[in-house]
Design a protein around this ligand. Structure first.
Ligand SMILES: Cc1cc2nc3c(=O)[nH]c(=O)nc-3n(C[C@H](O)[C@H](O)[C@H](O)COP(=O)(O)OP(=O)(O)OC[C@H]3O[C@@H](n4cnc5c(N)ncnc54)[C@H](O)[C@@H]3O)c2cc1C
Length: 438
């Protein structure tokens, strides 16, 4: 079979690229039967997106990430129904250590027209939080950034929604076909076909959007484990374990004072955190962070804390079975106590609820780049790599920008995410957050 655009991976990025390619080709009267084909080794929504927390926010310390996310948050809002999006808002709540970083975020959000409110000072923050939640009790909060257009969606539901949108526009999605090899044409650097478990597929352009499986594809594309990052040799890929969990709690009861669905709350602080379970100190004189939200799809309060670095060499990471079925990569046993204690640290409604924690497999692994930010770029002349560094479920708009680039229109929003930034040392700035991607 031959296609103009062959996409590997039916997650957020593969499907939103397929959807947008079809729409744009149709507009140009160039959409044919096999123009856009998506190959998926398993079923639609079986990668990282299917176990994602489902949070879409703009709050990033890196200006280029905020521009990218402003575009994506618009896509979420414009397609809220198909993508299961709940515009509940997102709140970044901080101790003194992060106030300066957050005020920069707020200033740029204002400049790029992204709606948010910023409050500083312990007294005003406490008042702002208590106006929303009369049981708010976190101490030591010095800034609150409240994004109004952000929110959450159903992890799998949004991807299934994208698959419907892509199919409706004319994309073919073929499930149960695993790509095994990428082959070049003779005497050419460009890729010509892929060998799969169901035969050979030819294409003019290949789009690789394989989430955590990117390390394997990097090799199939002929690249090395180590790259030059600003003069030093560094691993291209590393893996993190995302620590997440669920609390049995009716999400419809997790509301604001005026009975609205609660915004997503993210707290980064160096306040002392004491276990409500054992009385032991969990964190003292160090920054820690958690996030939580009502989740009407999982019928609980769902959230997480900062991820764990996996030390195993990347090529030895066992990705199958992926996600909650993984025998090897699970949320750590310490997470339960930390997260439930932190929920009570924030809101009285969660006091005594630690026993309601759902003790089952949760979280999952993700693959990160050297600076922990995405790479969107063309390799080997005709392979477009969409590698979101494992925080890109929210980046639902990337597919539209990638489709533009594939059709010859360069995107200034994607420009800061080229691979050459590593060699040039043009890395994205790091914030003081305990999360690698904030
Ligand atoms: C526990 C957890 C929580 C997260 N929470 C959030 C969050 O709240 N917000 C956020 O923005 N991001 C979050 N992320 C990150 C986010 O889920 C990923 O960055 C994003 O889903 C990646 O999308 P993708 O389309 O690139 O990959 P995936 O969703 O992983 O899809 C890739 C697809 O490629 C297929 N594939 C792989 N290899 C092959 C092959 N050889 N042949 C054919 N098909 C193949 C896979 O089966 C898979 O279906 C979270 C991640 C995890 C693990």
């Amino acid at each position: 079979m031959k296609s103009k655009y062959l996409i590997i991976g039916a997650g957020v990025h593969g499907l939103s690229t397929a959807w947008n390619l079809c729409k744009k080709l149709k507009k140009k009267n160039q959409l044919k039967d096999n123009s856009v084909i998506v190959l998926e080794k398993s079923k639609v929504a079986s990668g990282a997106g299917s176990i994602s927390c489902g949070i879409a926010r703009n709050n990033y310390f890196q200006p280029s990430m905020r521009e990218l996310m402003t575009h994506s948050i618009n896509v979420w809002n414009e397609n809220a129904e198909q993508l299961t999006f709940h515009k509940v808002g997102y709140m970044q709540i901080n101790s003194q250590l992060m106030v300066e970083n957050m005020s920069q975020v707020y200033e740029q959000q204002k400049n790029i027209g992204f709606e948010s409110t910023f409050v500083t000072g312990a007294k005003d923050c406490d008042k702002y939080m208590k106006n929303l939640f009369d049981d708010w009790q976190a101490q030591g909060i010095e800034s609150v950034l409240h994004e109004k257009k952000s929110g959450y969606g159903h992890n799998r539901g949004a991807i299934l929604g994208l698959a419907e949108l892509a199919k409706k526009e004319g994309a073919k999605i073929l499930e149960g076909i695993e790509v095994l090899e990428i082959n070049n044409g003779s005497g050419s650097k460009a890729a010509q076909n892929v060998k799969t478990t169901k035969g050979v597929f030819e294409f003019e352009n290949l789009i690789v959007a394989v989430g955590p499986w990117v390390e394997k594809f990097w090799k199939l594309m002929g690249y090395n484990d180590y790259i030059n990052v600003n003069g030093s040799k560094q691993r291209m890929w590393s893996y993190n374990m995302l620590e997440e969990g669920e609390l049995e709690y009716d999400p419809k009861l997790h509301t604001t004072n005026n009975q609205k669905e609660s915004p997503i709350l993210h707290v980064d602080t160096e306040a002392t955190l004491v276990s409500k379970h054992t009385g032991n100190t969990i964190h003292e004189n160090e920054i820690w962070g958690i996030y939580y939200k009502p989740d009407v799809y999982r019928k609980c309060i769902q959230g997480g804390s900062s991820p764990r670095e996996i030390k195993t060499e990347p090529h030895k990471i066992e990705l199958e079975p992926y996600g909650h079925d993984s025998k090897k990569y699970k949320t750590s046993s310490e997470f339960y106590d930390k997260w439930t204690s932190a929920l009570s640290f924030c809101q009285k409604r969660f006091e005594g609820k630690h026993k309601n924690y759902r003790k089952r497999s949760n979280g999952g692994v993700g693959c990160l780049t050297p600076d922990k930010f995405p790479v969107f770029d063309v390799f080997n002349e005709n392979i477009y790599l969409v590698a979101d560094s494992n925080h890109g479920w929210k980046m639902v708009g990337v597919g539209e920008l990638v489709a533009d680039e594939l059709l010859g229109k360069k995107s200034s929003i994607l420009e800061p995410f080229r691979f050459s930034r590593y060699e040039k040392g043009k890395l994205h700035p790091r914030s003081k957050s305990p999360f690698p991607w904030s």
